[in-house]
Design a protein around this ligand. Structure first.
Ligand code: ARG
Ligand code: ZN
Length: 468
């Protein structure tokens, strides 16, 4: 008995020691390289600390997705082409729900592990800093949307006859694994396979449509300009489409659910004219495609500036919101916030774009929009670049007080300089990320003067200042 008991105790100990040795070897690199370490599991954004991952920079996503509207099942393969920014023994992707069927790095099967929304891949060979590598993940299941801190729903949302995918600020992890923080922008190619008779739209330019042997139809989409993952979209279902050309050469593709196709047609047809006006004001349109997707009621509670092809519930498909989402193509999509704290660089600018549009084409002076916003208590709850929590990211101060900052800037530096700041900002940070400090520095450089007093009161100050 004692013998057996000792043997019984010794065997697990040996197993534990062997496991520890294997784990140590795995952690330091089994090839004896011993330099690589795991990439960080999050980028420590103050609102979503675990969003995004460290140690690599994605250059391209190739997403191959098949969706069955009947069952709600999504099957996908994501191929990420990335460059290591450190010697990597392992790295994380963000993925919520779904089941991972396999992973590989540069064609060699990789070990993977899931914990919460973190998917860890451990390649057989370490990836050296500066090397480009390809990570492939196959996955599937019925995606589960996320409910935001502010109560709105996002991610892969089922509709009556398909699905719509939206990702601001955290929904994209519900339909593909990735580096889901706005600071890691990449090009995308998205292939969507759906039953015949169902449309499958996404970002960018439609490059092909083919019928598979089983009768399903695959549509491929090419979005070459850098895109933050929260701006990736998919719209599957019955849609009526319309095409046009904007700015001489940009293909415009709009889609509307059948019930709202007729009523939305006139406004959809205004997209080329609005883009033309905005390009005159903000500089060249940054993308190689444009358009809009108009949804029937009940699916989505808000419009979103998904890159090249914003999405709108029909209830918010009005000219002002259209102008807002199209302005985001410059402010938010091409110039993207460094982190969620800088979201007013999206929403304040898109709101000010509404004021500018109404001033230029609808005879409402920006001064009147400013006065209206100034009078509203809710707009002063916090400084625009400091939402207290994730729940407040899309609150009125980010939009309205953000726009008021821009109006005060305009009044302070004059119309000519203000226009140069708007255009120059879009140009200087085209396709990149920028922070609030980048903006204040850029405005001061362009104006050729210190604007500290303006920022102190309007951008950083607590509460409403004395009437201007
Ligand atoms: N960016 C969208 C806009 O155009 C709003 C997104 C709201 N998202 C949310 N989770 N509350 O203003
Ligand atoms: Zn917006």
């Amino acid at each position: 008995m004692t013998q057996r008991s000792r043997t019984g105790a010794a065997a697990p100990l040996a197993a534990v020691l062997t496991a520890l040795a294997l784990l140590a070897a795995a952690c330091t690199g089994a090839t004896g390289g011993v330099r690589g370490t795991p990439g960080a599991a999050g980028l420590r954004d103050r609102y979503f600390p675990k969003q995004g991952n460290g140690g690599y920079d994605v250059r391209h996503y190739a997403l191959t997705l098949a969706y069955d509207p009947g069952t709600g099942r999504l099957d996908g393969t994501a191929v990420l082409t990335a460059v290591a920014t450190q010697d990597l023994s392992a790295f994380n992707l963000d993925l919520s729900g779904l089941v991972v069927g396999g992973a590989s790095v540069d064609g060699t099967p990789a070990a993977y592990h899931r914990a919460g929304n973190e998917l860890t891949l451990r390649p057989r060979e370490e990836v050296r800093k500066g090397t480009e590598f390809r990570a492939t993940v196959t996955y599937g299941g019925v995606p589960e949307p996320v409910t935001d801190a502010d109560g709105s729903r996002e991610g892969w949302l089922r509709t009556g006859d398909g699905a719509i995918a939206v990702g601001e600020p955290t929904g994209s992890m519900t339909w593909f694994p990735g580096n889901h923080h706005p600071s890691d922008k990449a090009a995308y190619d998205i292939a969507l396979t759906v039953p015949a008779g169902v449309e499958a739209l996404s970002n960018g330019v439609r490059t092909a449509r083919r019928t598979e042997a089983d009768g399903r139809v695959t549509t491929t989409w090419h979005a070459p300009e850098p895109m933050a993952s929260y701006l990736a979209t998919v719209a599957i279902g019955r849609y009526e489409t319309g095409t046009a050309t904007a700015l001489g050469s940009v293909p415009v593709l709009t889609a509307a659910a059948p019930a709202v196709a007729v009523d939305s047609a006139a406004l959809r047809a205004e997209i080329p004219a609005i883009l033309d006006r905005q390009a005159r004001r903000f500089g060249p349109y940054p993308f190689s495609a444009a358009g809009a997707v108009v949804l029937g009621n009940g699916t989505l509670g808000y419009a979103l500036e998904t890159q090249t092809r914003p999405v709108f519930p029909v209830a918010s498909f009005g000219r002002t919101t259209l102008v807002h989402e199209l302005a985001h193509q410059w402010f938010g999509n091409s110039v993207t916030p460094a982190g969620w704290r800088d979201l007013w660089l999206n929403e304040g600018f898109a709101t000010y774009a509404e004021w500018l549009y109404e001033e230029e084409y609808e005879k409402v002076p920006a001064r009147a929009s400013f006065e209206r916003a100034f009078a509203e208590r809710d707009n002063w709850a916090f400084p625009p670049a400091a939402p207290p929590t994730a729940e407040n990211l899309f609150d009125p101060p980010v939009y309205q007080r953000g726009a008021m900052v821009l109006h005060k800037l305009r009044v302070t530096v004059g119309d000519g300089t203000f226009d140069r700041i708007l255009r120059g900002w879009a140009e200087e940070h085209r396709y990149a990320n920028a922070s609030t400090a980048d903006f204040t520095a850029y405005a001061e450089k362009t104006a050729g003067r210190d604007l500290g007093a303006l920022w102190e009161v309007w951008l950083y100050g607590d509460g409403r200042p004395e009437r201007p």
